[in-house]
Design a protein around this ligand. Structure first.
Ligand SMILES: Cc1cc2nc3c(=O)[nH]c(=O)nc-3n(C[C@H](O)[C@H](O)[C@H](O)COP(=O)(O)O)c2cc1C
Length: 172
């Protein structure tokens, strides 16, 4: 198997949101696709170590904020390079809460989802979920995972020291 072939499958980049008994949590994800029109169903894959995943399993609900190409790279780093187990990722990010789920203010679309089913693999859990509500938030093209790997990642990585620094301050 040439694993690099898998990078030819590309998706968007999203902020996944969930509620941890009322505390907003979330993570950066790309493994999302629409799986059906009627009802509107999407598939989402979370790695099994993700804290957001464990909150989705408990609550059965999650939100998605679709990132545009003009997204602040800090957002991708904030949600992608630390865990909600210890970090309050939504704190420094403009957001709103609807029905206990957090959404980014600066994104191109939002959706609210209810889990229908779950399949557990060794590395990941695949959720299928019904989109119970969705709306466009702004004009703009979606950031793709391919864009992220090709160039945007360099901008995101610039925020790594800020995030690691925050963690160290918290620990000590
Ligand atoms: C561009 C990008 C794409 C990602 N895609 C996924 C994904 O599809 N599924 C997933 O579980 N984690 C994905 N991650 C990793 C999670 O964002 C990361 O493990 C995060 O720290 C999990 O946080 P949590 O423990 O608060 O859930 C991605 C990270 C980045 C930067």
């Amino acid at each position: 198997m040439d694993i690099d072939a898998l990078y030819k499958l590309t998706h968007g980049v999203y902020v996944l949101g969930a509620s941890d008994n009322g505390r907003p949590v979330g993570s950066t994800v790309d493994a999302v696709m629409q799986a059906a029109n009627k009802p509107v169903v999407i598939a989402l894959s979370c790695h099994n170590g993700s804290y957001t995943k464990s909150c989705i399993e408990k609550s059965g609900r999650f939100s998605l904020s679709v990132l545009g190409q003009n997204v602040d790279p800090f957002i991708v780093a904030d949600f992608g390079f630390q865990t909600s187990r210890t970090a309050d990722k939504w704190k420094d990010v403009p957001h709103f809460i609807e029905n206990s789920l957090p959404y980014l203010k600066n994104c191109i679309a939002v959706m609210s989802c209810r889990v229908i089913d779950r399949q557990v693999f060794e590395s990941n859990t695949l959720f299928t979920a019904e989109v119970t509500d969705c709306r466009a938030m702004a004009d703009g093209e979606p950031l793709t995972y391919s864009d992220y790997r090709a160039s945007f990642k360099n901008e995101v990585l610039k925020f790594l020291p800020t995030i690691l620094n925050k963690k160290e301050n918290k620990n000590g």
